[in-house]
Write a protein that binds this ligand. Structure first.
Ligand code: FE
Length: 208
């Protein structure tokens, strides 16, 4: 899948940011407001939704359900977009979702090398490090080193597979279910799923 960012709407900035992006954003927002093209209250509502109301908890729910329900997991790996849309998790920056499963043999890690494509309806707004030049460049060049800096040390035999998100495809990692969670219900499982475990830069929490 080519990383095509040229002929579609994108809700986040691309390429090299100016030295003071916050200032430029504010200037743009003021100009668009003056011209009557946007409503600042609507912008605030959108940002609040993705920053505070969604966060990573939708994704955590999906992961916990996949751990608890083999049929759900199978369907999720086959066609995640349809499965998460059924749960009401769809919308901007989530038009096509692919879920990749971690196993003892393969650890998956997500990056957007070109900008910051990320599954908003499942994880909310990407963290600053996900958008940083360093993460975007190094995740593909030296993924094990980057993971180590996140505190994640994988066994030698585990391969690391890096997925480059695009405007068309957003990836979500299905981490391995932690040991010692056999008796846990869905909510308790959900509480173990961290944002970073769904980006591949971390692991789920342990019940202990
Ligand atoms: Fe992108």
């Amino acid at each position: 899948m080519p990383h095509d960012h040229h002929d579609h709407d994108h809700d986040h900035p691309h390429a090299l940011l100016p030295p003071d992006p916050a200032l430029r954003v504010k200037a743009l927002e003021s100009l668009l407001t003056q011209k009557g093209l946007i409503d600042p209250a609507a912008l605030d509502a959108i940002i609040d939704t993705y920053e505070n109301k969604i966060g990573p908890k939708n994704g955590a729910h999906v992961v916990a359900r996949a751990w608890a329900d083999p049929d759900f997991k199978h369907a999720l790996l086959e066609d995640a977009t349809a499965v998460v849309a059924d749960l009401g998790f769809y919308g901007r920056q989530g038009e096509h979702i692919v879920v990749v499963e971690n196993t003892p043999d393969v650890h998956n890690m997500i990056v957007c090398t070109l900008c910051s494509c990320y599954p908003w309806p499942l994880l909310g707004i990407p963290p600053a490090w996900y958008k940083s030049d360093a993460y975007r460049a190094r995740a593909v060049r030296e993924p094990r080193q980057v993971l180590a800096e996140f505190g994640l040390h994988l066994p030698e035999k585990t391969r690391v597979r890096v997925w480059d998100s695009t405007a068309e495809i957003r990836y979500l990692v299905l981490p391995m279910r932690p040991a010692g969670t056999d008796g846990l219900g869905l909510q308790a499982l959900t509480d173990l799923v961290t944002r970073d475990s769904m980006v591949g830069t971390g692991l789920p929490l342990s019940p202990a």
